[in-house]
Write a protein that binds this ligand. Structure first.
Ligand SMILES: OC[C@H]1O[C@H](O[C@H]2O[C@H](CO)[C@@H](O)[C@H](O)[C@H]2O)[C@H](O)[C@@H](O)[C@@H]1O
Length: 603
């Protein structure tokens, strides 16, 4: 059975990622890239859906673990009656093929270790043909996939049809290494790996990368861990950034809110990008901008809310009947039907990001400008339509206030970009559009009686996405409507954390068409902290921030949601949205004075 969601740490090589539990089990791994079929899927089923564990023979969880400094090299320590042992897990920067290296180091005494490798290709379904090549190498092959396990001398390896078992002892000062590599079955080659050199290279890679960080406030370690996590979710060959490393970790245990997040949402990526930019990571920003331009190129009406890491557009959502789901949460989904939704906020997200990139000095050529202009041409005709909104609801389309505000952002940033690009052709129309949207939102999205911006025209719902309003420049942070909305959002509080939006009595959600409730959405609490900080309520903002910091797991990771009653993380993990919001709040709190920002007037 899989561990709690917060039991997992991530290791990765910027093309794929694995989740390692406190018990030394790798329960999730897709090879060769984030969105490939999983070869370890016990996270969503049982060990028979693929798993690789190594631990002391009694299989207890480790006593402590941490990443080594500012890197993605994980170290788990067990203290046993016989002695202490450390398991070092990492994925070296990608060479020819993806590899996982596991080094067992004796710290004291002698410890009897065991392990089991169960490869299950094609998302935990296919038992490969496994054979021993020699006393220290095993090969497994099925269909397009092959894998090799190679280990140091001193390990007794034995094979059954379904499993390779490992049995060895490690004494103080001794190190025993294992390498698991994947390759396409028509290549089926496992290059020799010097595991110690690979570890040095991996440590060096992360140290160099983290040395570039510009954050210098009081939460440096917290921010650094989140930035490393965001980097680990970046697909280096293309610059695309996935929303999370997993699919179908539930937002409600036993429920059907189980989604595949191993894709690049324009919305999530734009948040990630601005966070990387402010933290000093310009190279990633340029790579993402290039990814974006390639992914969205073509007809503006074909713009999708999400794409594959290589920019692919067909991400067909398919239930996996053979996987029982995390703690029975079904269905497990591969692919995401949100790809076909109309989410009008996406145009504003993209234009806002391109504008931020320009301001940060990232060069934008005339092709990017003409792409942005074509998005505006589309949006001018469609912003008045109802859509699926920020939360990608699967119920009926609505006039979501956030989507309208993002259309305002699109027009606003297009005007600013036009100024930079020296283009005047459409500016009069965009200025009129910006005015029209603002008037409509203030008329139909604002409820004077309720005193807040509602979720969609005609509804009474409160929606935490309204917390993003002050930072978008739609209204100044000290506007009474902003202050009223921030105050109203407090009603989304559930034991100190915020829900995404108000739900009907009984927790049934009639907005997004799903049958069950969900946890609190971590990014929303952090946006709340930002809004408090922006309106001069620094101490309250800090308290909210610290509450969120307290629910990170032992290695600083956050999933999408938190259940404050069961006190456990929920949803896909680690999630970019949560970590981006965390970094942004750290920046917002460090350096803001205890004063509300002055109104800059309204346009
Ligand atoms: O709640 C229903 C939707 O939930 C997912 O979307 C959420 O995650 C996205 C990726 O982080 C984020 O961009 C979006 O704002 C969130 O609502 C799921 O991916 C959707 O398919 C689902 O409809």
């Amino acid at each position: 059975m899989a561990g709690r969601i917060e039991d997992y740490a991530i290791i990765g090589d910027l093309e794929a990622a694995a989740l390692v539990g406190r018990d030394g089990a790798i329960d999730w791994l897709c090879m060769p890239r984030f969105d490939s079929p999983a070869c370890f899927a016990s996270l969503l089923g049982s060990e028979d859906n693929g798993q690789w564990w190594i631990s002391p023979a009694d299989r207890r969880p480790c006593n402590r673990r941490s990443y080594r400094g500012d890197t993605l090299v994980l170290e788990s320590v067990w203290e046993t009656v016989g002695g202490a042992v450390k398991l070092i897990d990492f994925m070296p920067p990608r060479g020819e093929v993806p590899q996982i290296v596991r080094i067992v180091e004796g710290l004291s005494g002698q410890v009897h270790m065991r392990g089991e490798l169960k490869l299950r290709f094609d998302n935990g379904r296919i038992v490969p043909w496994t054979r021993a090549m020699d006393s220290s190498t095993v090969s497994a092959v099925a269909g397009p996939d092959s894998a090799f396990l190679r280990c140091d001398r001193g390990v007794r390896m034995s094979d059954s049809k379904t499993c390779t078992t490992l049995d060895f002892s490690v004494s103080a000062g001794q190190r025993i290494a294992f390498v698991l590599g994947w390759s396409p079955s028509h290549v089926a080659a496992m290059p020799d790996v010097d595991t110690e050199a690979a570890m040095e290279k991996t440590l060096e890679f992360w140290r160099r990368w983290t040395a570039k960080c510009r954050y210098e406030g009081p939460w440096r370690d917290v921010v650094m861990r989140s930035l490393i996590t965001l980097k680990a979710l970046t697909y280096a060959p293309t610059g695309g950034i996935v929303a999370a490393a997993t699919t179908s970790l539930p937002e409600y245990i036993g429920g059907d809110r189980n989604w595949d997040y191993r894709f690049c949402w324009l919305r999530d990526s734009t948040f990630t990008l601005s966070c990387l930019l402010r933290s000093g990571y310009r190279e990633e920003a340029v790579a993402w901008k290039d990814w974006l331009v390639r992914a969205v190129a073509g007809e503006p009406s074909d713009l999708q809310p999400l794409y594959g890491v290589a920019g692919q557009r067909r991400l067909v959502e398919t239930p996996a009947w053979w996987l029982p789901g995390y703690e029975g949460s079904q269905p497990v989904r591969f692919g995401n039907a949100a790809v076909d939704q109309l989410q009008l906020d996406v145009y504003g997200e993209v234009l806002n990001t391109v504008y931020s990139a320009v301001r940060a000095g990232v060069p934008i050529d005339r092709h990017v400008w003409s792409l942005m202009a074509s998005f505006m041409q589309y949006l001018e005709k469609h912003w008045e339509e109802p859509d699926a909104g920020f939360w990608e609801v699967r119920g009926p389309r609505r006039h979501f206030v956030h989507s309208k505000i993002m259309s305002w952002v699109a027009a606003d940033r297009a005007l600013r970009l036009a100024r930079v690009a020296g283009q005047r052709n459409s500016t009069e129309r965009w200025r009129a559009m910006r005015r029209e949207i603002r008037d409509e939102v203030c008329r139909q999205g604002w409820d004077d009686e309720l005193g807040y911006f509602v979720q969609s025209y005609g509804s009474r719902r409160i929606d935490a996405s309204a917390l993003l309003l002050p930072r978008l420049g739609f209204l100044p942070p000290d506007d009474r409507r902003v202050l009223g909305t921030v105050e109203a959002v407090r009603r989304l509080d559930h034991h100190g954390f915020l829900r995404r939006y108000s739900v009907d009595d009984g927790g049934q959600d009639q907005v997004d068409g799903m049958s069950c409730g969900e946890g609190t959405f971590l990014a929303c609490s952090l946006w709340y902290a930002d809004a408090l900080a922006m309106t001069g309520r620094q101490d309250e903002a800090r308290a909210v921030f610290e509450r969120v910091l307290a629910v990170r797991n032992d290695v600083g990771l956050l999933a999408e949601e938190w259940d404050p009653v069961a006190r456990r993380q929920l949803g896909n993990t680690p999630q970019a949205f949560s970590h981006v919001a965390l970094v942004n709040t750290a920046f917002a709190l460090h350096g803001t004075r205890n004063q509300p920002r002055r109104s800059s007037g309204t346009r």
